[in-house]
Ligand binder design. Sequence first.
Ligand code: ADP
Ligand code: MG
Length: 346
Amino acid sequence: MADVTFDNVAKKYGEVSVIESLNLHIDDGELMVLVGPSGCGKSTALRMIAGLEDVTGGTISIGGRAVNALPPRDRDIAMVFQSYALYPHMSVRENLAFGLKMRRVAAAEIEKRVTSAAEILGISHVLERKPKELSGGQRQRVAVGRAIVRQPAVFLFDEPLSNLDAKLRVQTRGEITRLQQSLGTTSVYVTHDQVEAMTMGHRITVMRDGKIQQVGTPREVYERPANAFVAQFIGTPPMNLIHATVDGGSLRAPSFAIPLGVQLANGTRVLAGIRPEDITRGDAIHATVDVVEPVGHESIVYATAGSEKLVAIFEPREAPRAGETISLSVAPERVHLFDEAGVRVN
Ligand SMILES: Nc1ncnc2c1ncn2[C@@H]1O[C@H](COP(=O)(O)OP(=O)(O)O)[C@@H](O)[C@H]1O
Ligand SMILES: [Mg+2]
């Protein structure tokens, strides 16, 4: 096993700088998720660990050893791609065995590892089939199996669930989490899906435009987002962000005021962040309900208060109806405060 370190890592494609200075430590045995919108540099970061991309500056280390100059095959990593990249003319068994054969692993050892991986993944009964004779979920398992049989120091996953339908995605993400737990192998998992990040990661690294926005446990990132971007990227529906001014003990927005839980100078302009689930019935905000989305265990309520749009979550039985006028509130200690540049201030 091994830890992974990015030390001042930079990446340029020609003249274009994609990552300026990445500093990140992934602990031995940890499942770290890199999450962020498309194009923010997640795959680039992962491919630099794998050695599929050179670094333009800085150092990447695996298990304390700088790997910048090592070719991919000497880095003791195994990668699972979004496109599973299975060999179509080979059986599942041959697909699983191929990497080991190339490394001249003894036949008996290959047999043992393939059998064990197939058992772990529940694909023992399809070992003689070709990839085209498999379901999407089975193909995905073969791709993971190919990584497992290598017994690498580090697993790298690049959006491995994107090609699965919603239900299978939820099931498979649980399987990968359990697998990582039982193998205890250091893993870096890239996704643009914040739910995947929150449910799978021991810690998550939120990225934007090639820069790390925040690193923390899912709970830390959810409860104390470092900035307005993270606040809106993590959590669904996204956090409400409202421009407001400190006025005595209140936060004054154009159409309502809510109590302020901390000391800030009068006149300070802030972005007040309120999670939809923290909005309750009360008397601070008078709003008209635009749309109600019943999603089963909760109802998502879209409302307008003067010039402000708000999203709130209600118990289905307590949800208002479209067109209704409602009065809402939020506990002051539940309000996240950001300065006008979006940096957290409370
Ligand atoms: N081979 C390449 N040549 C030039 N630009 C690239 C190349 N690969 C990626 N990029 C650019 O680098 C940025 C980050 O890409 P990527 O790491 O694939 O993002 P993500 O995986 O977060 O969606 C994007 O702007 C993308 O267009
Ligand atoms: Mg990508």
